[in-house]
Design a protein around this ligand. Sequence first.
Ligand code: SF4
Length: 486
Amino acid sequence: MTTAPATATAAAEPGYGYGAAAPEPSHDSPYQSYVYAYPHKTAYRALPDRPPLRELWAGEPQHALSLYLHIPFCEVRCGFCNLFTRIGGPDGLTTAYLDALDRQAGAVREALGEGARFALAAFGGGTPTYLSAAELERLCDIAEHRMGADLRAIPLSVEASPATATADRLAVLAERGTTRLSLGVQSFVDTEARSAVRPQKRAEVEAALGRIRDAGFPVLNIDLIYGIDGQTEASWLRSLDAALAWQPEELYLYPLYVRPLTGLARRGEAESPAQWDARRLALYRAGRDHLLGHGYEQVSMRMFRRVAAPQAGVSEYACQTDGMVGLGCGARSYTSRLHYSFDYAVDATEVRRIIDEYVATPAFDRALVGRVMTRPEARRRHLVQSLLQAEGLALAEYRDRFGSTPAEDFPAELAAFTARGWLADGAGDGHDGGTAGHDAGHDAGRGTDRGARLRLSPEGLAHSDAVGPMLFSPEVRTLMAKYEAK
Ligand code: SF4
Protein backbone atom coordinates (compact mmCIF):
# COMPACT_ATOMS: atom_id res chain seq x y z
CA MET A 1 0.00 0.00 0.00
CA THR A 2 0.76 3.57 -0.09
CA THR A 3 2.44 4.58 2.93
CA ALA A 4 5.48 4.62 5.07
CA PRO A 5 4.95 2.30 8.00
CA ALA A 6 5.80 3.43 11.44
CA THR A 7 9.05 1.75 12.01
CA ALA A 8 10.27 -0.61 9.40
CA THR A 9 10.11 0.95 6.01
CA ALA A 10 9.94 4.65 6.33
CA ALA A 11 13.25 4.80 4.60
CA ALA A 12 12.43 2.21 1.99
CA GLU A 13 9.33 3.50 0.33
CA PRO A 14 9.63 5.19 -3.03
CA GLY A 15 7.05 7.57 -1.64
CA TYR A 16 5.21 10.55 -2.96
CA GLY A 17 7.84 11.75 -5.30
CA TYR A 18 9.32 15.04 -6.18
CA GLY A 19 10.41 15.59 -9.71
CA ALA A 20 11.22 18.29 -12.19
CA ALA A 21 7.85 18.03 -13.84
CA ALA A 22 5.91 18.34 -10.57
CA PRO A 23 3.52 21.27 -10.47
CA GLU A 24 5.66 23.63 -8.40
CA PRO A 25 4.02 24.33 -5.07
CA SER A 26 4.08 28.02 -4.22
CA HIS A 27 7.12 29.14 -2.30
CA ASP A 28 5.36 29.24 1.04
CA SER A 29 3.11 26.21 0.58
CA PRO A 30 3.14 23.85 3.57
CA TYR A 31 3.03 21.01 1.02
CA GLN A 32 6.37 20.95 -0.78
CA SER A 33 7.08 17.24 -0.55
CA TYR A 34 6.82 14.29 1.79
CA VAL A 35 10.30 13.62 3.15
CA TYR A 36 10.46 10.28 4.93
CA ALA A 37 14.01 9.49 3.88
CA TYR A 38 16.96 11.49 2.73
CA PRO A 39 18.04 11.83 0.01
CA HIS A 40 15.06 11.02 -2.20
CA LYS A 41 15.44 8.44 -4.95
CA THR A 42 15.21 11.15 -7.59
CA ALA A 43 18.69 12.23 -6.41
CA TYR A 44 20.10 8.76 -7.20
CA ARG A 45 22.04 8.26 -10.39
CA ALA A 46 23.55 5.31 -12.27
CA LEU A 47 26.77 4.18 -10.54
CA PRO A 48 29.42 3.95 -13.27
CA ASP A 49 31.62 1.51 -11.33
CA ARG A 50 28.68 -0.76 -10.33
CA PRO A 51 30.32 -1.60 -6.98
CA PRO A 52 30.11 -5.23 -5.79
CA LEU A 53 27.74 -5.67 -2.84
CA ARG A 54 30.36 -7.64 -0.99
CA GLU A 55 32.63 -4.56 -0.94
CA LEU A 56 29.78 -2.25 0.02
CA TRP A 57 28.81 -4.30 3.04
CA ALA A 58 32.34 -5.16 4.20
CA GLY A 59 33.00 -3.55 7.56
CA GLU A 60 29.43 -2.25 7.95
CA PRO A 61 27.71 -2.72 11.32
CA GLN A 62 25.27 -5.58 10.73
CA HIS A 63 23.97 -6.44 14.18
CA ALA A 64 20.60 -4.67 13.76
CA LEU A 65 19.69 -4.44 10.09
CA SER A 66 16.27 -3.70 8.67
CA LEU A 67 14.91 -5.94 5.91
CA TYR A 68 12.43 -4.62 3.35
CA LEU A 69 10.81 -6.67 0.59
CA HIS A 70 9.04 -4.73 -2.13
CA ILE A 71 6.09 -6.16 -4.08
CA PRO A 72 5.31 -3.84 -7.01
CA PHE A 73 1.81 -5.07 -7.89
CA CYS A 74 -1.64 -3.59 -7.18
CA GLU A 75 -5.17 -4.46 -8.30
CA VAL A 76 -5.85 -0.84 -9.28
CA ARG A 77 -3.76 2.29 -9.64
CA CYS A 78 -5.00 4.88 -7.16
CA GLY A 79 -5.25 8.36 -8.62
CA PHE A 80 -2.91 9.97 -6.09
CA CYS A 81 -0.22 7.30 -6.18
CA ASN A 82 3.25 7.72 -7.66
CA LEU A 83 4.78 4.74 -5.94
CA PHE A 84 6.72 2.19 -7.93
CA THR A 85 3.98 -0.30 -8.79
CA ARG A 86 1.99 -1.70 -11.69
CA ILE A 87 -1.57 -2.86 -12.13
CA GLY A 88 -1.81 -6.64 -12.12
CA GLY A 89 0.81 -9.29 -12.63
CA PRO A 90 -0.21 -11.34 -15.66
CA ASP A 91 1.17 -14.54 -17.16
CA GLY A 92 3.17 -15.85 -14.27
CA LEU A 93 4.85 -12.50 -13.60
CA THR A 94 4.42 -12.75 -9.83
CA THR A 95 6.10 -16.17 -9.87
CA ALA A 96 8.94 -14.81 -12.00
CA TYR A 97 9.22 -11.85 -9.64
CA LEU A 98 9.47 -14.10 -6.59
CA ASP A 99 12.08 -16.19 -8.42
CA ALA A 100 14.12 -13.02 -8.98
CA LEU A 101 13.60 -11.94 -5.38
CA ASP A 102 14.91 -15.32 -4.30
CA ARG A 103 18.01 -14.92 -6.51
CA GLN A 104 18.58 -11.41 -5.22
CA ALA A 105 18.19 -12.58 -1.60
CA GLY A 106 20.79 -15.28 -2.18
CA ALA A 107 23.26 -12.78 -3.64
CA VAL A 108 22.71 -10.20 -0.91
CA ARG A 109 22.97 -12.76 1.85
CA GLU A 110 26.30 -13.86 0.45
CA ALA A 111 27.50 -10.27 0.42
CA LEU A 112 26.59 -9.74 4.08
CA GLY A 113 28.83 -10.93 6.87
CA GLU A 114 28.37 -14.15 8.82
CA GLY A 115 27.05 -12.24 11.82
CA ALA A 116 24.43 -10.18 9.99
CA ARG A 117 21.25 -10.00 12.04
CA PHE A 118 17.89 -8.45 11.24
CA ALA A 119 16.11 -6.43 13.91
CA LEU A 120 13.09 -5.42 11.85
CA ALA A 121 11.28 -6.51 8.69
CA ALA A 122 8.58 -5.18 6.39
CA PHE A 123 6.77 -6.16 3.23
CA GLY A 124 5.65 -3.11 1.28
CA GLY A 125 4.67 -2.12 -2.18
CA GLY A 126 2.60 -1.84 -4.17
CA THR A 127 0.38 -4.23 -2.33
CA PRO A 128 2.14 -7.27 -0.85
CA THR A 129 -1.23 -8.97 -0.41
CA TYR A 130 -1.68 -8.83 -4.16
CA LEU A 131 0.26 -12.10 -3.88
CA SER A 132 -1.76 -15.26 -3.20
CA ALA A 133 -1.58 -17.01 0.18
CA ALA A 134 0.88 -19.55 -1.26
CA GLU A 135 3.01 -16.76 -2.72
CA LEU A 136 3.03 -14.97 0.64
CA GLU A 137 4.33 -18.19 2.22
CA ARG A 138 7.12 -18.12 -0.32
CA LEU A 139 7.83 -14.47 0.41
CA CYS A 140 8.18 -15.29 4.12
CA ASP A 141 10.43 -18.23 3.23
CA ILE A 142 12.72 -15.89 1.26
CA ALA A 143 12.94 -13.53 4.23
CA GLU A 144 13.54 -16.34 6.69
CA HIS A 145 15.46 -19.04 4.91
CA ARG A 146 17.40 -17.04 2.34
CA MET A 147 18.03 -13.92 4.40
CA GLY A 148 18.01 -15.42 7.87
CA ALA A 149 15.47 -13.01 9.37
CA ASP A 150 13.65 -14.63 12.29
CA LEU A 151 10.22 -13.24 11.43
CA ARG A 152 8.53 -14.59 14.55
CA ALA A 153 11.06 -12.90 16.81
CA ILE A 154 11.24 -9.41 15.28
CA PRO A 155 8.64 -6.77 14.36
CA LEU A 156 7.17 -7.49 10.91
CA SER A 157 4.99 -4.91 9.18
CA VAL A 158 2.87 -5.75 6.10
CA GLU A 159 0.77 -3.46 3.92
CA ALA A 160 -2.58 -4.56 2.50
CA SER A 161 -5.56 -3.25 0.57
CA PRO A 162 -9.17 -4.03 1.53
CA ALA A 163 -9.87 -6.26 -1.48
CA THR A 164 -6.74 -8.35 -1.02
CA ALA A 165 -6.95 -8.67 2.77
CA THR A 166 -8.58 -12.08 2.45
CA ALA A 167 -8.83 -14.56 5.30
CA ASP A 168 -6.40 -17.05 3.74
CA ARG A 169 -3.71 -14.43 3.13
CA LEU A 170 -4.15 -12.90 6.58
CA ALA A 171 -3.90 -16.35 8.17
CA VAL A 172 -0.52 -16.90 6.51
CA LEU A 173 0.75 -13.50 7.59
CA ALA A 174 -0.43 -13.95 11.18
CA GLU A 175 1.06 -17.42 11.41
CA ARG A 176 4.41 -16.25 10.03
CA GLY A 177 4.74 -13.55 12.66
CA THR A 178 3.28 -10.31 11.32
CA THR A 179 3.04 -7.83 14.18
CA ARG A 180 1.61 -4.89 12.24
CA LEU A 181 -0.95 -4.91 9.44
CA SER A 182 -1.40 -1.61 7.64
CA LEU A 183 -4.57 -1.10 5.63
CA GLY A 184 -4.87 1.62 2.99
CA VAL A 185 -8.41 2.94 3.36
CA GLN A 186 -7.95 6.63 2.42
CA SER A 187 -11.64 7.49 3.00
CA PHE A 188 -14.68 5.77 4.45
CA VAL A 189 -16.86 8.01 2.27
CA ASP A 190 -17.57 6.26 -1.03
CA THR A 191 -17.77 9.45 -3.08
CA GLU A 192 -14.38 10.59 -1.74
CA ALA A 193 -12.82 7.22 -2.48
CA ARG A 194 -14.09 7.55 -6.05
CA SER A 195 -12.84 11.13 -6.24
CA ALA A 196 -9.33 10.03 -5.23
CA VAL A 197 -9.56 7.38 -7.96
CA ARG A 198 -9.56 4.66 -5.39
CA PRO A 199 -12.88 3.02 -6.10
CA GLN A 200 -13.93 0.92 -3.13
CA LYS A 201 -17.08 0.66 -1.08
CA ARG A 202 -17.17 1.33 2.63
CA ALA A 203 -18.84 -2.05 3.18
CA GLU A 204 -15.80 -3.79 1.64
CA VAL A 205 -13.46 -1.78 3.85
CA GLU A 206 -15.43 -2.63 7.00
CA ALA A 207 -15.45 -6.32 6.07
CA ALA A 208 -11.67 -6.26 5.53
CA LEU A 209 -11.14 -4.59 8.90
CA GLY A 210 -13.24 -7.31 10.52
CA ARG A 211 -11.07 -10.01 8.94
CA ILE A 212 -7.90 -8.24 10.04
CA ARG A 213 -9.09 -7.95 13.62
CA ASP A 214 -10.14 -11.62 13.56
CA ALA A 215 -6.63 -12.58 12.46
CA GLY A 216 -5.32 -11.04 15.68
CA PHE A 217 -2.40 -8.84 14.58
CA PRO A 218 -1.09 -6.89 17.57
CA VAL A 219 -1.08 -3.61 15.66
CA LEU A 220 -3.59 -2.40 13.09
CA ASN A 221 -2.74 0.74 11.15
CA ILE A 222 -5.28 2.58 9.01
CA ASP A 223 -4.18 5.08 6.34
CA LEU A 224 -6.49 8.00 5.59
CA ILE A 225 -6.08 10.94 3.19
CA TYR A 226 -7.26 14.54 3.57
CA GLY A 227 -7.63 17.20 0.91
CA ILE A 228 -9.70 15.07 -1.49
CA ASP A 229 -12.05 16.97 -3.84
CA GLY A 230 -15.36 17.50 -2.11
CA GLN A 231 -14.05 16.52 1.33
CA THR A 232 -15.27 18.79 4.12
CA GLU A 233 -14.32 18.93 7.76
CA ALA A 234 -17.54 17.12 8.60
CA SER A 235 -16.93 14.31 6.10
CA TRP A 236 -13.27 14.07 7.21
CA LEU A 237 -14.31 13.66 10.82
CA ARG A 238 -16.86 11.04 9.74
CA SER A 239 -14.03 9.06 8.15
CA LEU A 240 -11.91 9.45 11.28
CA ASP A 241 -14.77 8.27 13.48
CA ALA A 242 -15.35 5.27 11.23
CA ALA A 243 -11.67 4.40 11.65
CA LEU A 244 -11.76 5.03 15.41
CA ALA A 245 -14.61 2.55 15.75
CA TRP A 246 -11.98 -0.14 15.08
CA GLN A 247 -9.68 1.28 17.75
CA PRO A 248 -6.61 1.02 15.52
CA GLU A 249 -3.33 1.08 17.37
CA GLU A 250 -2.02 3.47 14.71
CA LEU A 251 -3.48 5.94 12.25
CA TYR A 252 -1.65 7.66 9.42
CA LEU A 253 -3.19 10.87 8.09
CA TYR A 254 -1.79 11.80 4.68
CA PRO A 255 -2.26 15.09 2.89
CA LEU A 256 -3.30 14.49 -0.69
CA TYR A 257 -0.64 15.34 -3.23
CA VAL A 258 -1.12 15.59 -6.95
CA ARG A 259 1.98 14.42 -8.77
CA PRO A 260 3.05 14.10 -12.38
CA LEU A 261 2.04 10.98 -14.29
CA THR A 262 -0.60 9.97 -11.73
CA GLY A 263 -4.33 9.66 -12.35
CA LEU A 264 -5.09 12.86 -10.48
CA ALA A 265 -2.42 14.85 -12.32
CA ARG A 266 -4.54 14.61 -15.43
CA ARG A 267 -7.61 16.13 -13.77
CA GLY A 268 -8.63 19.75 -13.79
CA GLU A 269 -8.12 21.83 -10.68
CA ALA A 270 -11.22 22.49 -8.62
CA GLU A 271 -9.68 25.21 -6.43
CA SER A 272 -6.63 27.44 -6.46
CA PRO A 273 -3.38 26.07 -4.97
CA ALA A 274 -3.65 28.54 -2.09
CA GLN A 275 -7.23 27.50 -1.33
CA TRP A 276 -6.27 23.86 -1.45
CA ASP A 277 -3.31 24.44 0.87
CA ALA A 278 -5.58 26.24 3.33
CA ARG A 279 -8.15 23.44 3.17
CA ARG A 280 -5.51 20.74 3.72
CA LEU A 281 -4.02 22.63 6.64
CA ALA A 282 -7.46 23.11 8.22
CA LEU A 283 -8.30 19.42 7.73
CA TYR A 284 -4.93 18.44 9.23
CA ARG A 285 -5.58 20.53 12.33
CA ALA A 286 -9.11 19.20 12.70
CA GLY A 287 -7.89 15.62 12.31
CA ARG A 288 -4.97 16.05 14.68
CA ASP A 289 -7.13 17.64 17.37
CA HIS A 290 -9.79 14.96 16.94
CA LEU A 291 -7.27 12.17 17.48
CA LEU A 292 -5.53 13.91 20.37
CA GLY A 293 -8.97 14.17 21.98
CA HIS A 294 -9.65 10.47 21.44
CA GLY A 295 -6.71 8.91 23.23
CA TYR A 296 -4.03 9.18 20.54
CA GLU A 297 -0.58 10.75 20.70
CA GLN A 298 1.17 12.35 17.76
CA VAL A 299 4.35 10.64 16.59
CA SER A 300 4.92 12.74 13.46
CA MET A 301 2.89 14.97 11.18
CA ARG A 302 1.31 11.86 9.70
CA MET A 303 1.46 9.24 12.41
CA PHE A 304 -0.73 8.92 15.50
CA ARG A 305 -0.53 6.10 18.02
CA ARG A 306 -3.16 5.02 20.49
CA VAL A 307 -1.77 5.74 23.93
CA ALA A 308 -1.09 2.53 25.82
CA ALA A 309 -1.52 0.43 22.67
CA PRO A 310 1.14 -2.19 22.12
CA GLN A 311 3.79 -1.24 19.62
CA ALA A 312 4.62 -3.52 16.71
CA GLY A 313 7.39 -4.99 18.83
CA VAL A 314 10.50 -3.54 20.30
CA SER A 315 13.37 -3.24 17.88
CA GLU A 316 16.95 -2.17 18.19
CA TYR A 317 16.90 -0.72 14.70
CA ALA A 318 17.45 3.06 14.45
CA CYS A 319 16.50 4.50 11.07
CA GLN A 320 18.96 7.40 11.35
CA THR A 321 21.98 5.19 11.65
CA ASP A 322 21.44 1.51 10.96
CA GLY A 323 21.72 -0.31 7.65
CA MET A 324 18.81 -1.42 5.53
CA VAL A 325 18.65 -4.29 3.10
CA GLY A 326 15.98 -3.77 0.44
CA LEU A 327 14.97 -6.59 -1.89
CA GLY A 328 12.84 -6.14 -5.00
CA CYS A 329 13.07 -3.62 -7.77
CA GLY A 330 11.44 -0.72 -5.90
CA ALA A 331 13.46 -1.16 -2.71
CA ARG A 332 16.44 0.83 -1.55
CA SER A 333 19.36 -0.39 0.52
CA TYR A 334 21.48 1.71 2.84
CA THR A 335 25.02 1.26 3.96
CA SER A 336 26.81 4.04 5.82
CA ARG A 337 28.61 5.04 2.62
CA LEU A 338 26.09 4.40 -0.16
CA HIS A 339 22.31 4.40 -0.67
CA TYR A 340 21.41 2.26 -3.65
CA SER A 341 18.47 0.85 -5.52
CA PHE A 342 17.24 0.11 -9.04
CA ASP A 343 15.86 2.50 -11.62
CA TYR A 344 12.70 4.35 -10.58
CA ALA A 345 9.60 5.34 -12.55
CA VAL A 346 5.92 6.16 -12.17
CA ASP A 347 4.64 5.90 -15.72
CA ALA A 348 3.05 2.48 -16.32
CA THR A 349 5.16 1.59 -19.37
CA GLU A 350 8.41 2.49 -17.62
CA VAL A 351 7.44 0.59 -14.47
CA ARG A 352 6.71 -2.51 -16.56
CA ARG A 353 10.04 -2.20 -18.33
CA ILE A 354 11.95 -1.97 -15.05
CA ILE A 355 10.09 -4.95 -13.55
CA ASP A 356 10.68 -6.99 -16.71
CA GLU A 357 14.39 -6.18 -16.54
CA TYR A 358 14.47 -7.10 -12.86
CA VAL A 359 12.90 -10.53 -13.37
CA ALA A 360 15.32 -11.21 -16.25
CA THR A 361 18.39 -10.33 -14.16
CA PRO A 362 20.54 -13.43 -13.62
CA ALA A 363 22.83 -11.99 -10.91
CA PHE A 364 22.28 -9.31 -8.29
CA ASP A 365 25.77 -8.94 -6.93
CA ARG A 366 26.32 -5.24 -7.72
CA ALA A 367 24.72 -1.89 -6.94
CA LEU A 368 23.48 -0.14 -10.09
CA VAL A 369 21.86 3.15 -9.06
CA GLY A 370 22.48 5.20 -5.95
CA ARG A 371 24.02 8.11 -4.14
CA VAL A 372 27.20 8.21 -2.09
CA MET A 373 26.65 9.30 1.49
CA THR A 374 29.22 11.86 2.56
CA ARG A 375 29.70 12.92 6.16
CA PRO A 376 27.82 16.22 5.65
CA GLU A 377 24.94 14.35 3.98
CA ALA A 378 24.87 11.86 6.86
CA ARG A 379 24.44 14.83 9.23
CA ARG A 380 21.56 16.16 7.16
CA ARG A 381 19.94 12.75 7.02
CA HIS A 382 20.20 12.40 10.78
CA LEU A 383 18.65 15.84 11.27
CA VAL A 384 15.83 15.31 8.72
CA GLN A 385 14.82 11.92 10.02
CA SER A 386 14.90 12.99 13.67
CA LEU A 387 13.39 16.45 13.44
CA LEU A 388 10.34 15.26 11.51
CA GLN A 389 9.43 13.02 14.44
CA ALA A 390 7.46 14.66 17.26
CA GLU A 391 10.07 13.56 19.79
CA GLY A 392 12.73 15.39 17.81
CA LEU A 393 16.47 14.99 17.78
CA ALA A 394 18.47 13.88 20.81
CA LEU A 395 21.35 16.33 20.95
CA ALA A 396 23.63 13.99 22.87
CA GLU A 397 23.23 11.28 20.23
CA TYR A 398 24.00 13.78 17.50
CA ARG A 399 27.08 14.99 19.32
CA ASP A 400 28.26 11.44 20.01
CA ARG A 401 27.93 10.60 16.34
CA PHE A 402 29.24 13.78 14.70
CA GLY A 403 31.12 15.65 17.41
CA SER A 404 29.09 18.80 16.82
CA THR A 405 25.61 20.25 17.29
CA PRO A 406 22.87 20.96 14.74
CA ALA A 407 23.23 24.65 15.59
CA GLU A 408 26.86 24.55 14.50
CA ASP A 409 26.16 22.51 11.37
CA PHE A 410 22.89 24.09 10.19
CA PRO A 411 22.71 27.66 11.55
CA ALA A 412 20.86 29.17 8.59
CA GLU A 413 18.25 26.42 8.41
CA LEU A 414 17.52 26.50 12.13
CA ALA A 415 17.33 30.28 12.13
CA ALA A 416 14.77 30.11 9.32
CA PHE A 417 12.68 27.61 11.30
CA THR A 418 12.87 29.76 14.40
CA ALA A 419 11.81 32.84 12.47
CA ARG A 420 8.71 30.96 11.34
CA GLY A 421 7.90 29.68 14.81
CA TRP A 422 8.56 26.09 13.77
CA LEU A 423 10.87 25.10 16.63
CA ALA A 424 9.51 24.31 20.07
CA ASP A 425 10.27 26.98 22.66
CA GLY A 426 13.63 26.26 24.16
CA ALA A 427 14.10 23.37 21.73
CA GLY A 428 17.46 21.86 22.26
CA ASP A 429 18.68 24.52 24.64
CA GLY A 430 19.24 22.06 27.45
CA HIS A 431 20.18 24.01 30.54
CA ASP A 432 21.53 26.93 28.56
CA GLY A 433 18.27 28.68 29.39
CA GLY A 434 15.28 29.18 27.10
CA THR A 435 16.01 30.16 23.55
CA ALA A 436 12.64 31.59 22.68
CA GLY A 437 12.84 35.30 22.37
CA HIS A 438 16.60 35.68 22.04
CA ASP A 439 18.51 34.65 18.98
CA ALA A 440 16.79 31.30 19.10
CA GLY A 441 17.91 30.38 15.61
CA HIS A 442 21.47 30.53 16.79
CA ASP A 443 20.88 28.77 20.08
CA ALA A 444 18.51 26.09 18.84
CA GLY A 445 20.17 22.70 18.83
CA ARG A 446 23.09 23.78 21.01
CA GLY A 447 22.01 22.00 24.17
CA THR A 448 24.50 20.42 26.48
CA ASP A 449 22.08 18.50 28.70
CA ARG A 450 22.23 14.75 27.87
CA GLY A 451 18.43 14.73 27.71
CA ALA A 452 18.05 17.83 25.57
CA ARG A 453 16.21 17.54 22.29
CA LEU A 454 15.68 19.70 19.25
CA ARG A 455 11.96 19.58 18.45
CA LEU A 456 9.45 21.09 16.08
CA SER A 457 6.62 23.16 17.55
CA PRO A 458 3.04 22.08 16.73
CA GLU A 459 3.13 24.55 13.81
CA GLY A 460 6.48 23.17 12.75
CA LEU A 461 5.04 19.65 12.73
CA ALA A 462 2.08 20.91 10.69
CA HIS A 463 4.61 22.25 8.18
CA SER A 464 6.77 19.10 8.12
CA ASP A 465 6.47 18.89 4.33
CA ALA A 466 8.09 22.32 4.07
CA VAL A 467 10.63 21.72 6.86
CA GLY A 468 12.07 18.59 5.22
CA PRO A 469 12.81 20.12 1.80
CA MET A 470 14.43 23.17 3.46
CA LEU A 471 17.05 20.78 4.82
CA PHE A 472 18.07 19.35 1.45
CA SER A 473 21.67 20.10 0.49
CA PRO A 474 22.24 22.24 -2.62
CA GLU A 475 23.69 19.18 -4.42
CA VAL A 476 20.66 17.01 -3.69
CA ARG A 477 18.32 19.86 -4.61
CA THR A 478 20.06 20.21 -7.98
CA LEU A 479 19.95 16.48 -8.70
CA MET A 480 16.25 16.33 -7.84
CA ALA A 481 15.51 19.34 -10.03
CA LYS A 482 17.32 17.69 -12.94
CA TYR A 483 15.55 14.40 -12.50
CA GLU A 484 13.16 13.78 -15.33
CA ALA A 485 9.94 12.18 -14.17
CA LYS A 486 9.16 9.04 -16.16
S1 SF4 B 1 -2.82 0.43 -3.50
FE1 SF4 B 1 -2.99 2.41 -4.55
S2 SF4 B 1 -1.79 3.84 -3.28
FE2 SF4 B 1 -1.16 1.77 -2.68
S3 SF4 B 1 0.65 1.33 -3.94
FE3 SF4 B 1 -1.17 0.51 -5.03
S4 SF4 B 1 -1.78 2.14 -6.42
FE4 SF4 B 1 -0.41 3.06 -4.89
